[in-house]
Design a protein around this ligand. Structure first.
Ligand SMILES: [Zn+2]
Length: 462
């Protein structure tokens, strides 16, 4: 295999990116407004609880898209917000007896930790809703002035009948939506589908002073205001899980297009598929709600990354522990190939892999290219090992050395090892030698060897 046939310059124009656009309901060529600065907004989490694997899959899909865009274009501005004011947050803080700032700060940190474990790169800008209330109020003021919103009973509501394009993004007719929304319609709404831009806050709820009284923003206006602040009235890509298509994205679009009538808001809408767990939607009540912590107890996070990459981002993926184990075995094989033939460089990404990604992020096909190069690297072919490394790194894989991977990947931190040594010592003192041996063996399986000496027990990596 020659270098010319198998590799290419990433900036080459031949890799035209095609992306599915939910608005057009088909896959179309992606053409940025400004090729010198591609602008993308992805809806981030509402920080009231640890995110589940479905949220992480959506963030990973965005990560792959942004990594590809960064490979194809000189600059990418990626904005992903934090929703840190929401009724769910207020309710959870009350249940926990916890200060709201503490809850949102703690949960934001957990979110960052979870993404870092999966090697999901941080966005360019990560705005928090509570820091952009004036921008939201400015948009609300404009919408009222232009006849798209009205005050009622302490609320400000968006009048969905004022925007002829309402429903176009999600493919719903206004009539259907109005019919479907008949249950539990608040009396102050002109139309059942009208949604909240601003709502009043009780004394014990967080609130900001506004021309409509002390209150807080609705969820949808938060994203519209933050997108405009950092990306402008019009930008390239807006994304999120497909559960956000309606009403969240439909409402964002209505607000922004009515507020800035000469803009196109987001040109391209990208939606990621659902993650099921054992065939059902993940939920705490079904006991199939998994966090990345449970995954890390079983495998390094890279195996989860591979599991996600193994299905197309728009498809529904059913998570099972068996699939995770299978993904780990595939990673074992990739790392064995890199161990057998250590790469001498990773400058070039396989051209056919880039083609696969440019075809609406076809990650299953991209992985098949990696498999082919892993086969050849296992046979000792040097160029294949280099291509395997470069291709895998573009997908955010191979963040560790083969040696580290085979030593368990999930590196125990020294404090955790010391704690286990203490526990073993206590077991020996209590003459519970079975437990002491079990601790020693468990550590050995993770590549940590204990040595008992006159000065106590020390450890080293085996
Ligand atoms: Zn949003």
């Amino acid at each position: 295999m020659s270098t010319q046939q198998s590799t290419t310059d990433l900036s080459s124009a031949q890799h035209g990116l095609r992306l599915h656009n939910s608005h057009q309901r088909t896959t179309v060529p992606f053409t940025p407004d400004d090729a010198a600065n591609v602008r993308i907004y992805f809806c981030g989490p509402t920080v009231y609880d640890r995110v589940h694997l479905g949220n992480l899959r959506s963030m990973l899909s965005a990560d792959i898209l942004v990594r590809l865009l960064r490979a194809l274009y000189p600059r990418v501005t990626y904005v992903r917000n934090i929703t840190d004011i929401d009724d769910k947050i207020i309710q959870r803080a009350q249940e926990n007896g916890e200060d709201i700032a503490n809850l949102t700060g703690r949960t934001t940190q957990d979110f960052h930790d979870d993404l870092a474990a999966l090697n999901i790169l941080p966005p360019t800008i990560e705005p928090k809703a509570t820091q952009h209330i004036p921008a939201m109020l400015e948009m609300i003021g404009r919408l009222i002035a232009q006849g798209h919103a009205y005050e009622a009973d302490g609320h400000v509501l968006f009048d969905v009948t004022s925007f002829p394009g309402y429903g176009a993004l999600s493919g719903r007719s206004l009539e259907d939506m109005l019919a479907g929304a008949r249950v539990e319609v608040a009396g102050y709404k002109r139309n059942p589908g009208d949604f909240v831009l601003w709502k009043p806050s009780n004394e014990d709820e967080p609130g900001w002073d506004s021309p409509y009284g002390r209150g807080r923003p609705g969820w949808h206006i938060e994203c519209s205001a933050m997108a405009e602040r950092y990306l402008g009235e019009s930008f390239d890509i807006h994304g999120g899980g497909n559960d956000l298509l309606f009403p969240h994205h439909e409402n964002e679009r209505a607000q922004s297009l009515c507020c800035y009538p000469h803009s196109h808001f987001a040109r391209h809408w990208v939606h990621t598929g659902m993650l099921l767990s054992g065939g059902e939607k993940m939920s705490k009540s079904l006991g199939n709600f998994h966090t990345i912590h449970e995954v890390l107890e079983r495998t390094p996070a890279e195996a989860l990354r591979l599991l996600f990459l193994g299905s197309h981002y728009r498809s529904t993926l059913d998570f099972t522990w068996e699939k995770l184990d299978e993904a780990r075995r595939i990673m074992d094989r990739f790392y064995r190939a890199l161990e057998k033939t250590p790469p001498t460089g990773a400058e070039t990404v396989p051209a056919d892999m880039l083609d696969a990604l440019c075809d609406d992020l076809n990650t299953p096909l991209a992985l098949s290219v990696l498999h082919r190069h892993a086969d050849a690297a296992l046979e000792g072919q040097q160029e294949a090992a280099n291509l395997l490394l470069a291709g895998g790194q573009l997908l955010g894989l191979f963040s560790m050395s083969p040696a580290d991977w085979f030593q368990g990947g999930t590196e125990l931190d020294p404090a955790a090892i010391e704690a286990l040594i203490e526990k073993r010592l206590a077991a020996r003192k209590a003459r519970d030698f079975a437990l002491a041996d079990q601790i020693r063996n468990d550590l050995a399986e993770k590549g940590i060897l204990l040595e008992d000496g006159p000065a106590g027990t020390t450890w080293r990596k085996g």
